[in-house]
Design a protein around this ligand. Structure first.
Ligand code: S3P
Length: 436
């Protein structure tokens, strides 16, 4: 389906984006590994997460939505041989975390995904899991692949990339391994797995090595618990940036996860001059959450430090849109991982921005956007998304504040992470509609 965004009235009102995708995947997987019934409140019911729900059913757990809107996951304390291929659809998180989680069980599981996921690197989890003792059949370390699980031994793994998916795959395998499993990464990535493992009663702590504190896990049987899923900051980023670039707007985005390893975009927007305030409180599993109040703002170009990239890795496309409406140059570096997301996001953002009349340039590990301030962006293009949900949502936000409407060539994939995106944005005052 094609969607077209036209210049919006000032945005007003409040929105509560759907549940956090990272926490939702983990709640299902840990609930399925545990003994007993776990309750999940606010699970994101997106295509990616529903693929994980189906996967844990194939692995022997029960996972259903209950009448009161919560999800109940009944785990059997481990995984059994699946009767069919585990289809991860578009989701790298589902594929990498599940491959890790099954590695310590005596089973052979075949994993597959859609065209985009089949192109994404799996060696980053195959390498450490093979060191631990799992065996793999794959062509060029891509999906489809078969994991042959079994007895594992703990390792200290120095990951070449800062990736919560790699870290989580190794830690989840470590739950079944003999000895300690320690994961060291160049910069800290999101720590939802570590936090949630504690809540599920796993033997997890941190160890001081190489000048930092790193997660260490030992073989553990998880115990069922209750998980609350706050709104996804990566989804909240779209209404937040839309309000910043749409003149005379003021909105409140509610109940947003504010884990410090996820707030890189919000720090960067503050440095750009964004006018927003938030008040933090804690949800029942100890993740910080906040309501964010945002007002349209005059933004200026910035250079976020490369070390901040993991804390805003999914937000670079929408940051590039904010940069297009800022005065001056925004230089994004240290973000080579963007090339192996659902699409090559560096190349697609630069192509799309240029098509909308914005001065943008590719770097090997990022991009440069030279903005001319509010009301300077022409728009008026049809954007090639290559089926990437975040590219689609970013350019629809751009179209809300550009002179001419912007169309995205495929909006269906938005349902992988933000079902209800169009309703959420239109309830705030946006004009986003299907077009022929
Ligand atoms: C995720 C980690 C990130 C992120 C993805 C979700 C997770 O990927 O881009 O959307 O839930 O662990 P990497 O770990 O590959 O950076």
């Amino acid at each position: 389906m094609l969607l077209k965004a036209r210049v919006a009235e000032p945005l007003r009102g409040r929105a509560r984006p759907p549940g956090d995708k990272s926490i939702s995947h983990r709640a299902l997987i840990l609930g399925a590994l545990a003994h007993g019934v776990s309750e999940i409140e606010g699970l994101l019911e997106s295509e990616d997460v529903m693929n994980t729900a189906e996967a844990v059913r194939l692995l022997g757990a029960q996972a259903e939505k209950a009448g009161d809107g919560t999800w109940r996951v009944e785990g059997a304390g481990g995984f059994r041989q699946p009767g069919e291929t585990i289809d991860c659809g578009n989701s790298g998180t589902a594929a990498r975390l599940l491959v890790g989680a099954v590695s310590g069980f005596k089973l052979s599981a075949r994993f597959d995904g859609d065209q985009s996921l089949r192109k994404r690197p799996m060696n980053r989890v195959i390498a450490p899991l093979s060191q631990m003792g799992a065996r793999f059949d794959s062509t060029e370390n891509r999906l489809p692949l078969i994991v042959h699980g079994g007895k594992l031994k703990g390792i200290t793994y120095r990951s070449p990339v800062s990736s919560a998916q790699v870290k989580s795959a190794v830690l989840l395998a470590g739950l079944q391994a003999e000895g300690d499993t320690i994961l060291i990464e160049p910069e800290r990535s999101r720590d939802h797995t570590e936090r949630m493992l504690k809540v599920f009663g796993a033997a997890i702590d941190t160890v001081e090595m190489d000048g930092g504190a790193h997660p260490r896990v030992r073989a553990s049987q998880l115990k069922a618990t209750r998980i609350y899923v706050p709104a996804d900051p990566s989804s909240a980023a779209f209404p937040v940036v839309a309000a910043l670039i749409t003149p005379k707007s003021e909105i409140r985005v509610e109940d947003v996860l504010m884990n410090p390893l996820r707030t890189g975009l919000y720090e960067t927007l503050k440095e750009m001059g964004a006018d927003f305030t938030w008040q933090e409180r804690h949800d029942p599993i100890g993740e910080p959450v906040a309501d964010i109040i945002v007002r349209s703002s005059k933004l200026k170009g910035v250079q976020p430090p490369a070390q901040r990239a993991p804390a805003m890795i999914d937000e670079f496309p929408i940051l590039a849109v904010a940069a297009a409406f800022a005065q001056g140059e925004t230089r994004i570096v240290g973000a080579a991982e963007l090339r192996v997301k659902e699409s090559d996001r560096i190349s697609l953002m630069v192509d799309g921005l240029r098509a909308c009349g914005v001065d943008a340039e590719e770097l090997p590990d990022g991009l440069v956007v030279r903005g001319n301030g509010p009301k300077s962006v022409r728009g008026g293009a049809q954007i090639r998304t290559m089926g990437d949900h975040r590219i689609a949502m970013s350019f629809l936000v751009l179209g809300m504040a550009s002179k001419e409407p912007v169309t995205v060539d495929d909006a269906d994939m938005i349902a992988t992470s933000f079902p209800g995106f169009v309703d959420c944005m239109t309830s705030l005052g946006a004009d986003i509609r299907p077009t022929g």
